[in-house]
Write a protein that binds this ligand. Sequence first.
Ligand SMILES: [Zn+2]
Length: 117
Amino acid sequence: MPVVHEFSIAEALATQVLAHAPAGARVRGVEIRIGALRGLEPDALKMCWDAVTFGTPMAGAELEVDLRPWSITCSSCGREWTSSVPFVSCACGNATPAPLGGDELDLVAITVDDGEA
Ligand SMILES: [Zn+2]
């Protein structure tokens, strides 16, 4: 169940954001970067984020997901490129170039409204 996976990620993320946001501040936006290896679905993650943050100071905060592409390296011709899908064939005819994906899950930025605006 991918959604369960996304839900636990969203929960961990909410905990992290809460720890970083200034006390009493209202969180407006959260930006994260996810490696392709994580296999996360950004739309599902946003849905879970909305559910997890409901009723918290983060409620309604926009979750911006920067999903990193796969890096593909062809063992036949040495070509390297990036792709949004892990299994693609190379232009040289090699049907099984090696996909490499990062497993990063980084909190990039938090936008807060301190109430003075
Ligand atoms: Zn190739």
